[in-house]
Design a protein around this ligand. Structure first.
Ligand code: KIV
Length: 273
């Protein structure tokens, strides 16, 4: 099934994303955590599907991304991969699987690739996790970086406010982005940082920069699919554009079903054997 605005239905690769940056074609990325959603997202023409550890929030109802485990991420990623024909599938390495020991990180990365069939991995952090990133890249696994607001560090930040507004943090983000690009990462997600800083980073590295709350100059954009479809009511940061109000659509539909069952209207004569 071809996407609405997609002029190329071949499987997306990290090389294609690099070419898209070079030719100024924007990259559309969304999360998915299950087979059914992944089929819809892929069929609509999204270039990159992220099996985000935001599954911890959207699918499991946790307050943070920290509790989700390696086994749970593997379950989500495997389900997504089964539903995707075209998009590049990137899986988040969950909290605790790459921060302690680079060799463990590489082993966990290999396990995700082997057991899910996904195309690449995403890790949060800069120079402090470079040894792990290098070993994972050495194993032949494409890595996407993630800088700015990194939700796995929420307990250190203490807030989900915009990051890198101060000069020192902005300088660290600039040098982290260069280090990740030099190490061989194929892309970097920049989350919730000033648009001017994201624009500067986007023009200073030759790999795609995908923004979320990082302004329009990035090479692409990513959103959590449940947020952009309006499936949850409580989360409405400034950067979020809602393309549907599925919370109300679904509540109405389910309410109608409940009414029809209770009134005896469902099933009718045509809906039985
Ligand atoms: O887990 C996730 O959904 C993410 C995106 C917000 C970039 O990391």
């Amino acid at each position: 099934m071809a996407g609405y605005l997609v002029d190329d239905t071949r499987k997306v690769t990290t090389h294609r994303l690099f070419e898209m940056k070079q030719s100024g074609k924007k990259i559309a990325m969304l999360t998915s955590y299950d087979y059914t959603m992944a089929q819809i997202v892929d069929g609509a023409g999204v270039d990159v599907i992220l099996v985000g550890d935001s599954a911890s929030n959207t699918m499991a109802g946790n307050l943070t991304t920290l509790p989700i485990t390696l086994d749970q991420m593997i379950y989500h990623a495997r389900s997504v991969v089964r539903g995707v024909k075209r998009a590049l599938v990137v899986c988040d390495m969950p909290f605790g699987t790459y921060q302690v020991d680079p060799q463990d990180a590489a082993r966990n990365a290999i396990r995700i690739m082997q057991e899910t069939g996904c195309d690449a991995l995403k890790l949060e952090g800069g120079v402090e996790i470079l040894p792990a990133i290098r070993l994972i890249l050495d194993a032949g696994i494409p890595v996407c970086g993630h800088l700015g607001l990194t939700p796995q560090s929420i307990n250190k930040f203490g807030t989900y406010a915009v990051r890198a507004k101060e000069a020192a943090e902005a300088d660290k983000l600039r040098s982290d982005a260069l280090a990740l690009a030099d190490a061989g990462c194929f892309a970097i997600v920049l989350e919730k940082i000033p648009a001017v800083l994201a624009a500067e980073v986007t023009s200073s590295v030759n790999i795609p920069i995908i923004g979320i709350g990082a302004g329009g100059a990035c090479d692409g954009q990513v959103l959590v699919v449940h947020d952009m479809l309006g499936m949850n009511k409580g989360f409405s940061p400034k950067f979020l554009r809602r393309y549907a109000n599925l919370f109300e659509v679904m509540t109405d539909a389910i309410g109608n079903y409940v009414g029809d069952v209770k009134s005896g209207d469902f099933p009718n004569a045509e809906e039985q054997y």
